[in-house]
Design a protein. Structure first.
Length: 265
């Protein structure tokens, strides 16, 4: 008898923060891989666009409202998703936003709001789904972190604090889940071209970048695409039972300069 029973053929997925960016790309990629997917976000109309894409390609997906700062909303999201798709086998906690500001200038409420979304939101979702995964003795919960945990950036004090908290939560969860059959994993992206942070005014963007440059935090102009992170998440949850990818770091590769004699594409 095998030490670990294989994963079931049907593994429903819940994705928090699935109206754009990493969450949307992850939902589409997991849907294409054959997983039923529930896309949760406040902007349900945006999530529905990706649901239509998944379903038209032959997959199975639903869009449901989700406010990661509201425990009742999380409970309703999970309950409705599981009623339509079945018990959650994979959960991706990717909801978040970014509001830059120097730590001595940002308001207390704005600082707390980012911690509420990134850290407390992840904990709320994890607390809702983990006990049922443990009772089934299997499941994957993926926390989305950031490389700011290792390389903090000026004007991102709230975001850095929240993401360091996420990693602490995930590392403790990994210890607490030891021997349960449930895997908690961390994905630590570098700079990603998503909607988060792309709504900065030119003045804010210039201020942020100018604060980064003296610390070597703007090494090159290349950004990851959300699909790169979706690929990492798909790899993590596709690992056969008995193995566990605990932390995956994904960084943008620097552009390769064109040299004389290169053919134009």
């Amino acid at each position: 008898m095998p030490r670990f029973e294989p994963q079931p053929t049907r593994r429903p997925v819940l994705v928090a923060g699935a109206s754009s960016g990493i969450g949307a790309a992850t939902a589409v990629m997991l849907g294409a891989a054959g997983h039923p997917v529930a896309l949760g976000a406040r902007r349900v109309h945006k999530s529905q666009e990706f649901v239509d894409q998944i379903n038209e390609a032959g997959g199975e997906a639903v869009a449901l409202p989700l406010d990661i700062t509201d425990t009742a909303s999380i409970d309703e999201f999970v309950t409705k998703a599981e009623a339509q798709l079945g018990p959650a086998e994979i959960v991706v906690s990717g909801a978040g936003d970014l509001d830059p500001g120097r730590s001595h200038e940002i308001t207390n409420d704005d600082f707390a709001a980012q911690v509420n979304v990134h850290l407390l939101g992840a904990q709320r979702l994890y607390r809702r789904v983990a006990p049922e995964m443990i009772s089934r003795r299997r499941g994957d919960f993926v926390f989305i972190s950031s490389d700011v945990v290792m390389r903090p950036r000026p004007q991102m004090g709230a975001y850095v604090a929240a993401k360091r908290g996420v990693e602490g939560l995930a590392e403790v969860a990994q210890m607490e889940l030891e021997g349960t059959g449930v895997r908690a994993s961390l994905v630590r992206p570098g700079q990603v071209m998503t909607g988060m942070g792309m709504n900065f005014t030119p003045e804010v963007a210039e201020s942020v970048l100018n604060d980064w440059i003296p610390f070597g935090l703007a090494r090159h102009s290349n950004f990851l695409k959300p699909e790169h992170l979706a690929t990492a998440i798909l790899t993590i949850v596709s690992m056969p039972r008995g193995a566990h990818m605990r932390l995956v770091e994904v960084e943008a590769e620097a552009p390769v300069p064109r040299i004389e004699g290169d053919k134009k594409k």
